[in-house]
Design a protein around this ligand. Structure first.
Ligand SMILES: Nc1ncnc2c1ncn2[C@@H]1O[C@H](COP(=O)(O)OP(=O)(O)OP(=O)(O)O)[C@@H](O)[C@H]1O
Length: 370
């Protein structure tokens, strides 16, 4: 299946999607392939093998298509999450964006520039200044202090000492490590070390931050802390982020949009609400089966048409109100609530529609009655 940027479910486009569609494109990826193995470059154009599944392809050609005909855009200011099980192609895909791994075929642009045509010098600059990677193993220099580790990227850029000190100190402060500037990495906890890695990536003020499973080695509480840190930084700075994870809860918490990968393909690309509320196939449905829907889906998905006399009664909720909050509002008022946008009543949520969403009954109450 060719994966496209329009792979997002159109059934119930949320506001988030509408907003991101108007945005500037940072990365544009079209029909991207990365094939490992003998004569890899022949695979993408060979229609006698492109239809094979991963195992058949391996058996017949000795090749692995880690990324397989993938197309999508990353919009300015969004958190774009690449999610999938181990071996689904997440790291390969994200490394292809800055050619840390060389794509086999396809088109790849950053800010409208052809990344595949860039020479080594331009690429180096792109990785240093425009698209910084934050790794799981953050690669801190053990004999340098926190602040010198953070300043390292600036040093490579040739920024003078006093300026890099100043910027590094500011970043250390920003990620909540104020007071620990002089410590060495070995004197920090795992979470603190990860913050140093994050501060180092931020110090060069890149247009995009690329995160490769940065928090997977952290214990759950610290991990949650770091996720909140990323959300906070994103909210404050609006920086574009591409975030790899195999953890669905992390993807749902952080992502404006999520690309769900399987065997090198994007099986669905959409907002958390689209992925959870309208899974593209049984694989995705199974993937999201245990997600508490009321904490991801909004009243847009639950509401029913307004009937006579309902448009000005009951509590008013915005269309992006989570089902869990709507349940509370409806329970408190004892009756139905209105979904109101810009003073216009879009629909009604009552006990039955809210229960239907939680119970995964997708038809509307009036259809049940009919
Ligand atoms: N250098 C390589 N040579 C051959 N095959 C490779 C190479 N790198 C990755 N692969 C294969 O490509 C596929 C995708 O790997 P990739 O590391 O991108 O997956 P991932 O989703 O990031 O996995 P994980 O979550 O375990 O890091 C896997 O089948 C992997 O074995």
């Amino acid at each position: 299946m060719a994966s496209t940027a329009t792979g997002a479910s159109a059934a119930n486009p949320s506001k988030k999607t509408a907003a991101t569609e108007d945005r500037e494109v940072v990365f544009s990826v079209r029909h991207l392939w990365k094939v490992f193995g003998p004569k890899a470059d022949k695979i993408p154009d060979d229609t006698s093998v492109t239809g094979l599944n991963a195992q058949e392809l391996r058996e017949q050609t000795g090749c692995t298509a880690a990324v397989r005909d993938v197309s999508f855009d990353v919009h300015k200011g969004e958190v774009f999450v690449v999610m999938g099980l181990s071996g689904s192609g997440k790291s390969t895909l994200v490394r292809c964006l800055t050619r840390l791994i060389e794509p086999t075929s396809g088109d790849l642009e950053m800010d409208g520039e052809d990344v595949r045509a860039m020479d080594r010098g331009t690429l180096r600059e792109l990785r240093r200044r425009r698209a910084s990677m934050v790794f799981q193993h953050f690669g801190l220099l053990p004999h340098r202090s926190v602040v010198d580790n953070v300043a390292y990227g600036l040093e490579i850029q040739g920024v003078n000492k006093s300026e890099r000190r100043e910027r590094a100190t500011e970043m250390v402060e920003k990620v909540g490590l104020g007071g620990l500037e002089k410590r060495r990495p070995g004197q920090l906890s795992g979470g603190q070390q990860q913050r140093v890695g994050l501060a180092r990536a931020l110090a060069v003020d890149p247009e995009v931050l690329l995160f490769d499973e940065p928090f997977s080695a952290l214990d759950p509480l610290i991990r949650r802390d770091m996720q909140e840190e990323v959300v906070r930084l994103h909210r404050e700075e609006g920086r574009t982020m591409v975030f790899i994870t195999h953890d669905l809860a992390e993807a749902l918490r952080l992502g404006d949009r999520i690309a769900l990968m399987r065997d090198g393909e994007i099986v669905q690309l959409g907002t958390p609400e689209e992925i959870v509320g309208s899974p593209a196939d049984d694989y995705v449905r199974d993937f999201v089966r245990d997600v508490p829907r009321e904490q991801v889906l909004t009243v847009r998905r639950a509401m029913r048409p307004v009937q006579d006399g309902e448009a000005d009664q009951g509590p008013a909720l915005g269309p992006d109100t989570l089902i869990s909050d709507a349940i509370e509002a409806v329970a408190r008022s004892g009756g139905a609530a209105r979904v109101v946008d810009d003073g216009r009543c879009l629909g009604i949520v009552d006990h039955a529609c809210l229960l239907n969403v939680v119970a995964r009954v997708d038809h509307r109450p009036e259809e049940v009655a009919a």
